[in-house]
Write a new protein. Structure first.
Length: 327
């Protein structure tokens, strides 16, 4: 799945809920709203599309900015045992590990304890990219990248500590023109339009009453129209949720190894290989100003993407602090 700091913009708090809890405390509407002040930096030759980066001359293209970030979620719970739920927004579990996007769907708790969710993510594959990012010493033009992602989650399968997260998406670059100075056959290898398949299997390990670990294995496949853009990703993630008095923390570390299928005609017909590391820490302090539903929240994170082709290297980091209100 595409992950970008502009999407990862709000810490909606952390929560270590009981493993077999109902979807909602009672039927009806509930949710939360958060607003944070953030500062982020992104170094990328592919995704920084401001006018100052229009001409690529071989140097790192770094964009830093401060942001005010409002976001939230709402859900409607119904059913005789509060076992059905419609939801819109972002989920606490996603925010806590630093992977967030607008999501809407339906969740159902089965009799065996499984929580089954079906959702659509309408924005996670959308953005602005360069028509041909490889042009040097001449102005590049922008185009839109669009697509939908569909997600199925099975949490606490059959009442167990195991969960499965599956997704499928289609990425479409409107005016794809990568490798415009190459032959038509070579340029085709750089075509970014793709089908994307994602899967993550995780397990909850209760270390103590205040510490939970979630080790996970991740596999994804990008089946692109261009062989040099198709890849297989295998990785691992460990998330830790900890409570110390009124302080709540979520720490996530992940590693991805990405192998590309075809030779890249721009870079000596090599196949690209990428090592990606990610660190994310989120924090919540509830009941600030003695207001029960108001929390102080903050987060900090960094991602490093190291390719054997320097052009594709990326570095990102973000830090933020704000407040969260639950209703």
């Amino acid at each position: 799945m595409k992950q970008a700091w502009p999407i990862l913009t709000v810490a909606l708090g952390l929560v270590c809920q009981p493993v077999f809890a109902k979807l909602g405390k009672s039927n009806g509407f509930s949710g939360e709203v958060s607003i944070s002040a953030a500062y982020s930096s992104n170094t990328s030759n592919l995704t920084n599309t401001d006018s100052e980066f229009k001409t690529y001359r071989g140097e790192d293209q770094e964009d830093s900015s401060g942001l005010i970030l409002p976001l939230g979620n709402v859900q409607y719970t119904f059913g005789s045992r509060s076992q059905h739920e419609l939801f819109l927004g972002t989920t606490r579990s996603d925010v806590a590990i630093g992977t967030v996007a607008l999501e809407t769907g339906y969740r159902h708790q089965l009799y065996d304890g499984t929580k089954l969710s079906f959702s659509v993510l309408p924005t996670i594959l959308k953005g602005e990219v360069w028509q041909d990012p490889y042009l040097e010493n001449q102005a590049r033009k922008t185009t839109d990248e669009s697509g939908l992602a569909y997600r199925v989650q099975l949490n606490n399968i059959a009442g167990s500590l195991f969960s499965l997260d599956l997704a499928y998406g289609q990425k479409d670059v409107d005016d794809e023109d990568s490798g415009s100075l190459l032959t038509a056959e070579e340029a085709q290898k750089l075509n970014r339009n793709a089908d994307i398949f994602y899967s993550k299997a995780k397990m909850m390990l209760p270390i103590s009453r205040t510490v939970l670990l979630y080790p996970a294995i991740i596999y994804s496949k990008q089946d692109a129209d261009g062989s040099a853009m198709s890849n297989d990703t295998l990785g691992a993630e460990v998330a830790s949720f900890t409570s110390i008095g009124n302080h709540k923390f979520a720490l996530t570390l992940s590693y991805l190894n990405i192998d590309y299928d075809g030779a890249n005609p721009i870079y000596n017909n090599q196949k690209q290989k990428v090592d990606q590391w990610k660190f994310f820490l989120a924090y919540e302090y509830p009941s600030i100003f003695n207001i029960h539903n108001l929390s102080l929240v903050g987060f900090a994170g960094a991602t490093s993407r190291d390719s054997n082709m320097d052009f594709y290297d990326e570095e990102s980091w973000i830090t933020a602090v704000g407040v969260n209100w639950k209703f």
